[in-house]
Design a protein around this ligand. Structure first.
Ligand code: SF4
Length: 354
């Protein structure tokens, strides 16, 4: 066995530690593959504590795969509002339809079949298979990669697929057949609570420190090795909160691309002056009465960053229709039916002022 291989000796202390400290989570120890699936998808971009209320709301409205498969799109987006990366929930619904049609509404008890479902990658398939169905396959996410590369002082770039595949292989060799789900969750939990991503890892309370090469050499923070991501492009935008006496102007975004199918305030590429804003508002067929600047904000997507300037514009009530797919929506109507992505979160409070 090479020095850069995870040692089988970690299994027992890791499981003992996990059973003693594991957090009580609404999806944990429920023997429900759907719960595991929903929680894992939500957790891909969001912390555990923040996911809990979203998970509970989602499950109480969509308690099983059948209900997810038939949920109207607008309602689905509304249930996901605030979690971001909406393509995840769209893919979940596509997979749910596939599961109803092909597997009688149950997630298949097979790693490869899970992997063939829309939006389910190797990590999620491994998590569902091991946690819900006790199939001994690893589930390697960023937390697990960090723990393993520290345990083994693996100097390779974890962004490379070949490196992930090799780590999966190593874990497959030691995963306990009687408790594969606990083992995977223990590694994830260790990564989240002890072998943390920012700041120093808490090696003094780590159950596997005696098997950790990085701890022994004192080089914990040199791992994992990760190639630098390409820098994000910056996009300057002007956001317009246009309101008459009771409603705010919104628009549905196109069905493809960034924030597809969600609702937005009118916004323009580039920074607009007051004069340019007023002229644009008139072009929409509206009669502006008052304009004021709102605070700037920014939103970071994976590959792009929006830097936003914003204006609130009061307009005279309109009898006819607006141009360019825009429409007026009341506050309650917006809260109930229109999912506005968190990119515009800084301006949602002005809906109250319509
Ligand atoms: S000893 Fe420290 S670096 Fe090693 S796995 Fe534990 S927390 Fe991580």
């Amino acid at each position: 066995m090479s020095e850069q291989t995870v040692k089988k000796e970690i299994v027992e202390p890791l499981l003992t530690w996990y059973n003693a400290v594991k957090r009580n989570l609404p999806w944990r120890d429920k023997d429900n593959a759907y719960y595991t699936w929903v929680s894992e998808i939500m957790l891909q971009q969001t912390r555990v504590e923040a996911v809990k209320p979203y998970f509970n709301r989602f499950i109480s409205r969509l308690p099983d795969i059948q209900s997810l498969a038939i949920c109207p799109e607008e309602e689905l987006m509304k249930l996901w509002e605030g979690l971001g990366y909406y393509s995840r929930v769209r893919n979940m619904q596509k997979a749910a339809i596939q599961i109803v049609e092909q597997y009688d509404g149950h997630l298949p008890k097979d790693f490869e079949k899970l992997l063939s479902l829309k939006g389910i990658g190797r990590y999620t398939a491994g998590a569902i298979a091991s946690i819900a169905y006790r199939i001994p396959v690893p589930a390697v996410d960023g937390n697990v990669l960090r723990v393993v590369t520290r345990l083994t002082e693996n100097p390779q770039d974890i962004m490379k697929t070949a490196v992930r595949t090799e780590i999966e292989k190593q874990l497959s060799d030691i995963i306990p057949v009687l408790a594969p789900g606990d083992f995977n969750q223990a590694l994830m939990e260790l990564g989240a609570m002890v072998c943390v991503p920012s700041g120093s890892p808490k090696c003094n309370i780590c159950p596997v420190k005696e098997f950790c090469r990085a701890y022994i050499s004192g080089h914990q923070e040199a791992y994992p090795v990760k190639a630098k991501k390409k820098s994000r492009s910056i996009e300057e935008r002007t956001v317009l909160v246009i309101q008459d006496g009771c409603c705010t102007v919104l628009r549905k975004r196109p069905g493809k691309g960034l924030l597809a199918g969600l609702y937005e305030f009118p916004n323009r590429l580039g920074y607009y002056s007051r004069t340019q804003v007023l002229s644009y508002v008139r072009d929409l067929g509206l009669d502006p009465l008052y304009i004021r600047e709102l605070p700037d904000s920014k939103h970071i997507f994976s590959h792009i960053e929006w830097r936003m300037k914003a204006y609130q514009i009061k307009v005279a009530s309109l009898d006819g229709e607006l141009t360019q797919d825009f429409f007026f929506a009341g506050r309650e109507e917006t809260q109930q039916h229109y999912a506005i992505p968190s990119a515009f979160g800084a301006y949602l409070k002005y809906l109250r002022e319509a």
